[in-house]
Ligand binder design. Structure first.
Ligand code: C5P
Length: 239
């Protein structure tokens, strides 16, 4: 069973530490840092969190020509993060070189290599956009499976997906691949802009390997208690 990753979608360093500092200093968290925080604060914010003993999911969704992505991933690999992301739409060669960059950066720096997760179609893309803008001949479900298969073949370690899609992906792509799932909501919590959600227990039953949870934790009256409740549900779910 993988971690419950807290998505720290806040604008500034001070807001991030205001949340982190509420937790016991001995508690090891896995936190997702996105492009807003990274572009604003640079890699030092990642190093600071790693120095505190936390694990990082650095979600930068790289997508460029293979050589450029490999160079970017070499730098990410040096940091010692646990997970990072590419767009599967960049193609098999780009994904393979992303992986190569990550491995070589990690080896240079003497740290464990990050797991490479692929984003398939963004959940913001509608089936209409898939056809009219991307000129895709597959429907959304088949396109997501196709991109996940491509990512796996090219050397990615997993994909980001809705928990509701995991059973299908496990069948068509395999169980030897990580399914990291946002779109998690506790029972009765607001859905925000997430269209299709699952609870931590439901996600576990469907085969999620790791959860990504943002607003239900960071906007809670007591983020630490909420995190522990969700973690207990995730860890104690029957699998
Ligand atoms: O606040 P919430 O729990 O919805 O946050 C989920 C996190 O996962 C956010 O950082 C969001 O950008 C990310 N995410 C998502 N759906 C995807 C891919 C990423 O919600 N398909």
């Amino acid at each position: 069973m993988g971690p419950l990753i807290i998505s720290l979608d806040v604008a500034q360093r001070a807001d991030l530490f205001q949340l982190i500092d509420q937790f016991d200093a001995n508690e090891t968290l896995t936190v997702k840092i996105g492009m807003g925080m990274f572009y604003g604060e640079g890699p030092q914010i990642v190093r600071d969190l790693l120095n505190m003993g936390h694990h990082i999911f650095l979600d930068l969704k790289l997508h460029d020509i293979p050589n450029t992505v490999e160079n970017g991933m070499r730098q990410i690999g040096r940091l010692g993060v646990t997970y990072t992301t590419v767009h599967a739409l960049g193609g098999a060669q780009m994904i393979a070189q992303a992986k190569r960059g990550l491995l070589s950066g990690a080896q240079d720096a003497g740290v464990a290599p990050a797991r490479l997760l692929a984003v398939t179609e963004l959940t913001s893309i509608t089936p209409q956009e898939l056809q009219a803008e991307q000129n895709c001949r597959l429907d959304m479900a088949d396109q997501v499976v196709s991109l996940a298969q491509l990512a796996k073949k090219a050397g990615a370690d997993g994909v980001i997906t809705s928990p509701l899609e995991v059973p299908t992906l496990q069948k068509q792509v395999g169980k030897d691949f990580l399914y990291v799932t946002p779109g998690i909501r506790p029972h009765g919590a607001p859905q925000d802009d997430q269209a299709r959600t699952a609870t931590p227990r439901e996600a576990a039953l469907k085969g999620s390997n790791a959860l990504v949870i943002g607003r239900p934790i960071i906007q809670a009256a007591n983020p630490v208690n909420t995190y522990h409740q969700l973690l207990e549900e995730w860890e104690n779910a029957e699998r």
